[in-house]
Design a protein around this ligand. Structure first.
Ligand code: SF4
Ligand code: SF4
Length: 374
């Protein structure tokens, strides 16, 4: 079995939902520096970003808050190369060098091909990305090469068979998706284990969804033991799996860093009562209709109509949960604005090929248009 990750603490800091200044897109660097300092102080070292997070500013924030302020040997960094809009093999080197410059590092501890899906697997091969990155590894500019994926288990099996040079894999795993028939987290995990590839876990809290649950579930969790919150149980579910490098949490506030690090410094495996509570929570959540969007925005990168898909889905979910039609209709008008409304969807389904949650987005847009624009 691979020992990659054996010295890495089981909580990683995902740089995809960083705090911003007021209502702007500008990253709040004072806050990020404090979050990074506390994370390191508490003995955690793994930082994960990507070329596309925060429109490229996440990699810059990582340089400013981490690389320029802490000794290089005190942390490990991971970033990812996107393929959504890549048209020319020369862009592979260009993207790689851009990430390196933005992050201010001489080498990447972990480097990933980002979101290998049905659509992007062949694109990565056509662009020569594997060959390029293998050479970078031989030169020592990459310490460990891997990929992230939301693909189906059989596709992951295929990629790992074709590319044994991938040393690790980043997968979406959480207790809600473990047995979910579309996401199939457990099967994806088992494929990675079969190939002896260590795993970085992403979306352990499902884009924050598993941290903000109903009072009924909060009470259910609180009754299992003092200090048991929805987020802590979700993280512990992942941390106890075998073969894990780390569990990423995309933290947005100092308070989240404070809570997650405190809990993960002394985490314990789930006991039977806690496992039963998670099973019950899955049943309760599944009994409410909810579109499982994680706000990753991959769909928006490709939508020719520039439809504000995740915002529309979030409003629809609120409508299903609370049913306050008039208030929510007003909110729809304000949040979506005059352009990018659900009714502008032309049902091309391009977005659906990129959606890691396999959401039937065009159907959802039709439903939202009927409710909010009718
Ligand atoms: S199906 Fe609709 S929402 Fe999706 S990419 Fe096409 S126009 Fe955009
Ligand atoms: S609809 Fe899918 S691709 Fe779009 S933001 Fe939600 S989860 Fe991501």
């Amino acid at each position: 079995m691979s020992c990659l990750g054996k010295d890495i603490a089981k909580l990683g800091f995902g740089f995809m939902r960083l705090p911003t200044v007021g209502t702007t897109q500008e990253i709040d660097m004072d806050q990020v520096c404090k979050m990074v300092d506390l994370f390191l102080e508490r003995g955690f070292t793994y930082f994960d970003t990507a070329y596309v997070y925060h429109g490229g500013q996440s990699e810059v924030a990582l340089r400013r808050a981490l690389v320029e302020r802490h000794p290089r040997e005190s942390f490990t960094v991971a970033t990812k190369m996107p393929f959504f809009d890549m048209k020319d093999p020369a862009q592979v080197e260009e993207y790689f060098n851009t990430s390196k410059d933005r992050m201010g590092v001489e080498y990447f501890d972990f480097y990933l091909l980002h979101n290998l899906s049905e659509a992007s697997i062949s694109k990565a091969e056509e662009m020569g990305a594997w060959d390029f990155l293998r050479k970078k590894k031989e030169q020592g500019v990459i310490r460990h090469l891997g990929f992230s994926s939301h693909a189906k288990p059989e596709q992951i099996d295929d990629i790992l068979t074709r590319h044994p040079e991938a040393e690790f894999i980043q997968l979406q795993i959480n207790y809600m998706d473990w047995e979910n028939e579309k996401i199939k987290s457990r099967e994806c995990y088992e494929v990675a284990r079969k190939h002896d590839k260590p795993i970085v876990i992403m979306e352990p809290i499902k884009g924050g969804f598993l941290a903000s649950l109903t009072d009924e579930i909060r009470e259910l969790f609180a009754a299992t033991g003092s200090g048991n919150t929805p987020a802590s149980l979700a993280l512990r579910f992942c941390a106890e799996l075998d073969g894990i490098i780390t569990v990423l949490s995309g933290m947005s506030t100092l308070e989240q860093v404070e809570q997650n690090t405190a809990m993960m410094q002394n985490w314990k495996p789930l006991n039977d009562t806690e496992k039963k509570a998670l099973d019950k929570a899955v049943k309760i959540i599944e009994s409410h209709p909810r579109v499982p969007c994680t706000n990753c925005k991959y769909c928006m990168e490709v939508c020719p109509q520039e439809i504000k898909i995740p915002s529309i889905i979030s409003i629809l979910n609120d409508y299903e949960a609370y049913g306050q039609a008039e208030v929510i209709k007003k909110g729809y008008g304000m949040r979506v604005g005059p352009k990018g409304k659900a009714s502008e969807c032309v049902h091309c389904a391009t977005c659906e090929q990129q959606c890691p949650q396999h959401i039937g987005i065009s159907e959802v847009m039709e439903k939202a248009a009927g409710i909010f624009e009718g």
